[in-house]
Ligand binder design. Structure first.
Ligand SMILES: [Zn+2]
Ligand SMILES: [Zn+2]
Length: 806
């Protein structure tokens, strides 16, 4: 290892002083808050006496001589057969918590006559992570341990050896779905001994992907039970609110949480930064260029990167998109070039997709100090080691608390304090977070949510389950109370047959070929006209507004123009090229309330959760110059689309709004502005993308007879986001109101109530009215607190014990 080149040449890094220099002079108003994340002392625990001696000596000779408290607690509980979820910080050694029981039992089982008294399955969301884990295991060189990765690239002869001989198999959900479960008889010896299932990075299984994984794990539990195995589940999660609920919903069994982190941490100075308002147009694509908007987080981050590098602070700047990364690096190099050419040469861009030797070259440059600044996408989270820098800049909220801490954690040499700065993007959630530091630095309110009972997801998995082993009524204990009703539908559609022995798959094709684990199916292909090549797909739900004829469609940073959109055949033909304008679809939306599952009154307001039918029709599109100026509006003739999903909505009375200072003519603008901000703020309490959620507001809804604001899951059947919004409504709507209040613009801007994908061109919007409306709603006493979600109730009602008698 090369020694740290900076340690001898300069004094220790002083983050508060560096931040003070950064925010002096013309940037003096931009630093909104400074938070000192204190150093955390470690909490050490001894080794459990049940650990196999060979496992103990492998770890101790690799330098691990003591455990942190959370590792010990997780290991003990899992060893006792309790399902656990370990939810602690980045780099807190979660893997040791599951490796101790898994490896000990696997090694101890080696003395069984079969050589495999115990086996374990490890699931990771990416192949790369499984590969890293295997490399770690191999480095431990535990005698008698046979571990291997098993994925789409594993050759056939190797696959067979792994199935027949390995005790620890590292794979991914897709392989379990397409290969292991459909071919379970080939895995019979492995499954018979299955003692543990490890689910790493489980916070990524949320929304529709989470619902798929929940169904998949129920299928796995059922097939394992067929072979007499009832494995213990061990889940590892980033720090989120209520990991227990998510883990229990995923597995379908009660899971114990372990959340007290015993690992040490160096101190960190965390700055929250807000770029100033500008009125020069500036390419944000807003509908009203005369209205001020914020300087972009990209431009601001480039300035800060240049200033830190010039100050001698080695820094990595994260941006969310590849073009953003290029822009940060290019702009920082330009400003540094004015100071000195040698400084400009010390800044590089890293966008992922690099060859291994290019990545190693960057790592060498950072370690030697030749590279002083790096702009990167979070592709960097996998694949390149940049630990040990002084400072981290983040251009815009990275989407989740987990990503924020993962990126911030890139700063900090050993035993040296570090600096992290979050630069707010032009978005209500960013505005809120930089003005409400407690939402970032106290216990997270953001939860990873999913709906295990989404019928659009569960039904095709039931078909797959029937193909694996015929289903019987008793399987409702695993799949939940809606199983039998869904099976009737599958029979009526000719996918399953009902016989005295249960429900059977009798079709010639593979049942699993009908299911993709990433969505609910329907997509529209993007076809390049000159080559006929399929560039990618878009979700059918978003297609009318994003790939209609005439749309400018940006795919992986490159612009295309749609020359023809075929609704029937679900494809759009595109030609490459940037016409110099962007397009924005305009649409009309309405909704019908199908079923109210829950509701609660808040004074004169009423909050509800249930099933809705959202009807929307794209009616025209606008062509917009980069500054937001409208070149023209063009009508479109597209059919209405209807989405059956879950939603949270609240109604108000005209009297309460009038008393709050929102007279009848102001209601449409106030409700519309509140709806936009509420959509943007839902990710605060549910780890969704803003794009997974939609909304509709109306001054008079025919079903409720009142002014109504609706926020819905953008996926058929729902994804759990709206339900979480209902459960955490007070936190969510208070934050929505506070985000609008925190923005210093006069009449509304993209940082508070404007939405970049509004179907109405951001008209009408009443910022002040939205604040009054939300304040009036929140002033009503709420009889219910944030209670347990229905997914947990579904688990409890389905019982804990599962007994399958084939
Ligand atoms: Zn604003
Ligand atoms: Zn709108």
């Amino acid at each position: 290892m090369p020694s740290d080149p900076h340690s001898s040449t300069r004094p220790a890094f002083d983050p508060p002083a560096a931040l003070a220099r950064l925010s002096s002079g013309r940037r003096s108003q931009r630093l909104v808050h400074v938070h000192e994340v204190p150093a955390r002392p470690e909490q050490v625990a001894g080794w459990p006496d049940w650990v196999a001696p060979t496992v103990y000596s492998a770890f101790s000779s690799s330098g691990i001589t003591a455990l942190w408290s959370h590792q010990r607690e997780a290991a003990d509980r899992a060893h006792d057969g309790t399902h656990v979820v370990i939810s602690t910080g980045t780099a807190s050694g979660k893997s040791l918590g599951y490796l101790l029981p898994v490896l000990s039992d696997v090694v101890d089982g080696g003395s069984a006559p079969s050589g495999r008294g115990a086996t374990a399955l490890y699931l990771s969301p990416t192949k790369a992570l499984a590969g890293d884990q295997l490399a770690r295991l191999n480095a431990l060189a535990i005698p008698g341990l046979r571990a291997a990765t098993y994925d789409g690239d594993t050759p056939a002869d190797e696959r067979r050896w792994i199935r027949d001989h390995c005790q620890y198999v590292l794979t991914n959900p897709d392989l379990v779905h397409h290969s292991l479960l459909p071919g379970h008889s080939r895995w019979a010896p492995f499954l018979r001994s299955l003692q543990y299932v490890v689910i790493d990075e489980c916070h990524v299984y949320r929304g529709i992907f989470g619902s798929h994984l929940a169904a998949l794990l129920r299928r796995l539990r059922r097939v394992a039970a067929h072979y007499g195995a009832f494995p213990t589940f061990i889940l590892a999660s980033a720090t989120v609110a209520d990991p227990q609920t998510q883990a229990s919903a995923l597995v379908g069994l009660p899971v114990q949480p372990i959340t007290v982190d015993g690992s040490p941490r160096e101190s960190m100075t965390f700055g929250l930064w807000e770029p100033g308002l500008v009125v020069d147009g500036g390419g944000s694509g807003v509908d009203r260029p005369d209205v001020p908007h914020r300087r972009s987080a990209i431009a601001e981050t480039a300035d800060l990167l240049a200033a830190l590098v010039a100050d001698g602070v080695q820094t990595v700047a994260f941006a969310r998109s590849r073009p953003g990364v290029e822009a940060v690096a290019a702009s920082a190099r330009r400003s540094l070039g004015e100071v000195g050419p040698e400084l400009a040469g010390g800044v590089a861009a890293y966008r992922g997709g690099y060859l291994p030797e290019e990545r190693r070259e960057l790592e060498r440059g950072l370690r030697s100090g030749a590279l002083r600044g790096l702009a990167a996408t979070n592709a960097l989270e996998l694949g390149i080691d940049v630990s040990g820098l002084d400072a981290v800049l983040m251009a815009g909220w990275p989407g989740t608390c987990a990503s924020l801490w993962q990126q911030a954690g890139r700063a900090g040499r050993s035993r040296s304090p570090s600096l992290a700065v979050l630069i707010a993007g032009d978005d209500p959630l960013d505005t809120y977070l930089v003005h409400h530091p407690q939402a970032l630095f106290n216990r997270p309110v953001e939860a990873a949510v999913l709906d295990p009972q989404n019928p659009y997801v569960l039904a095709p998995h039931l078909a797959a389950a029937a193909a694996e082993l015929p289903l019987t009524a008793a399987d409702a204990q695993v799949f939940g109370p809606t199983m039998v009703g869904l099976l009737d539908v599958l029979v009526a559609r000719g996918l399953l047959r009902r016989r005295p022995g249960g429900w059977f798959w009798t079709r010639p094709e593979r049942a699993t070929d009908h299911v993709s684990l990433r969505g609910t199916g329907e997509t529209v292909r993007i076809v390049e006209r000159s080559t006929g090549r399929v560039l990618g797909t878009v979700d059918a739900a978003a297609a009318h507004s994003s790939v209609h004829t005439g749309a400018v469609y940006v795919h992986q940073g490159q612009s295309f123009v749609v020359t023809h959109y075929d609704v029937q055949d679900a494809h759009a033909v595109v030609v490459a090229g940037d016409p110099g304008w962007s397009t924005r679809a305009r649409s009309v939306s309405a909704f019908d309330i199908m079923d109210v599952q829950r509701s609660q009154t808040w004074g004169a307001a009423e909050l509800s959760f249930g099933s809705v039918q959202v009807r929307s029709q794209v009616t025209s599109f606008l062509r917009l110059l980069p500054g937001g100026e409208v070149l023209g509006e063009h009508p479109l003739d597209l059919p209405e689309r209807s989405l059956h999903t879950k939603a949270v909505w609240w109604t108000m009375t005209e009297q309460m709004l009038d008393a709050a200072g929102v007279p009848e003519p102001s209601i449409p603008g106030a409700a519309h502005a509140a709806e936009h901000a509420a959509i943007a703020m839902l990710p605060l309490v549910a780890t969704s993308d803003r794009w997974d959620i939609g909304g509709v507001s109306t001054a008079l809804h025919p079903d409720t007879g009142r002014p109504t604001i609706l926020v819905y899951d953008g996926h058929p059947g729902g994804a759990g986001f709206a339900e979480r919004g209902f459960r955490a409504a007070r936190i969510w709507l208070t934050a929505t109101r506070d985000a609008i209040v925190a923005c210093e613009c006069a009449t509304g801007c993209p940082s508070c109530v404007q939405s970049p994908r509004c179907g109405n061109g951001n008209e009408p919007l009443d910022k002040v009215g939205a604040i009054s409306l939300l304040t009036a709603v929140l002033s009503g006493p709420a009889p219910l607190d944030d209670g347990p979600p229905t997914s947990r109730e579904a688990i409890e009602s389905s019982g804990n014990g599962y007994h399958h008698h084939p």
